[in-house]
Ligand binder design. Structure first.
Ligand SMILES: [Zn+2]
Length: 166
């Protein structure tokens, strides 16, 4: 099993490393060794407790119907790209609105995340919505967008600090 985005616990490791170490998970660089170990251990313990098989591959096309209904009802929630598609169709059907209107409505309460839990910026979501890019590609686009925002924030902080010091 490769330690990249395809690993069954990649999403858990990525979420942990993002919150603990402010890491921007990419497909190849999901998390630091410490976070991988913590996620692997937690997964093993949960599987042992529930008497499940240890190898349970992640399915990015899986749609959580409950999450979709909550999104359509206007609750603040994270959805995968597949779930976001389902929520959009459900809204269009239920409210009789067009695609753009459905997207606009969802943007108010839904955060669309990639397979590793990275929030998707509107341009990356646009790429994901067209369905032509691989799961790994989407993760890396989201990771790059997050790194760029972080770098921009740091640059603006440094220039402010330099002005104050002058
Ligand atoms: Zn970490």
């Amino acid at each position: 099993m490769d330690f990249n985005g395809s690993h069954p616990v990649a999403s858990a490791a990525a979420r942990l490393c993002r919150s603990l170490h402010d890491h921007s998970p990419s497909w190849e660089d999901v998390a630091c060794p410490e976070c991988w170990d913590a996620a692997l251990l937690a997964d093993k313990e949960a599987a042992t407790e529930a008497g499940l098989d240890l190898e349970c591959p992640a399915d990015t096309a899986l749609v959580d119907e409950v999450a979709v209904s909550r999104a359509v009802a206007g609750e603040a929630i994270e959805l995968t790209v597949a779930e976001w598609h389902a929520a959009r169709s459900a809204l269009m059907k239920r409210r009789g609105v067009c695609v753009r209107h459905a997207k606009f409505l969802l943007a108010r309460n839904v955060t669309v995340v990639d397979a590793l839990g990275n929030p998707l910026t509107p341009p990356v979501l646009g790429v994901a919505a067209r369905g032509v890019a691989s799961t790994a590609r989407i993760v890396n686009l989201a990771s790059q967008a997050r790194t760029r925002r972080k770098t921009a924030r740091r640059a603006s902080f440094m220039s402010t600090a330099a002005e104050l010091a002058a």
